[in-house]
Design a protein around this ligand. Sequence first.
Ligand code: HEC
Length: 138
Amino acid sequence: MKGTAALSSFLAAALLVVACSRDEATSEPVAMPEPVVAAEPAIDPVTGFKVTGDWEIVRANCVACHSAKLITQQRGSAQQWLTMIRWMQKKQNLWQFDPVTEEKIITYLAENYPPSDAQRRAALPPDLMPPNPYSMEN
Ligand code: HEC
């Protein structure tokens, strides 16, 4: 009886060793670590805005009148974004911002949607625009 018990525990141990070494032999090669790339910010599923920085201030102020797509497909420097905002304030009833809020909005836009060669050209300055035949103002 004693012999049988010793034998079976020996067999069990032997099996374990075989199983383990087999396992090792058939296991996949160790994966190389992923190359480190700067993480892209997440995209807000509702607006499509990049979820970073002061994006919530932009969401709170910039999607009341039109789709956020109008913004995310646009590109511009800080100055170009400011010009667009001033145009909306003058012509489209966009409200005034306090300087701190305005700075945060412009920074977010210029950092996340900066000028790009692949984009459409910048808007013409107003004095180079052809007259608008539908305008009620002139
Ligand atoms: C009070 C309404 C209103 C709000 C709020 C508003 N916009 Fe606009 N925006 C407009 C109108 C109206 C247009 C013209 C839409 C069109 O051409 O169909 C426009 C157009 C745009 C365009 C397209 C400009 C172009 O040259 O094609 C961009 C970009 C834009 N808005 C960005 C913003 C950003 C950024 C904010 C937040 C700071 C904002 N909008 C908030 C009214 C608004």
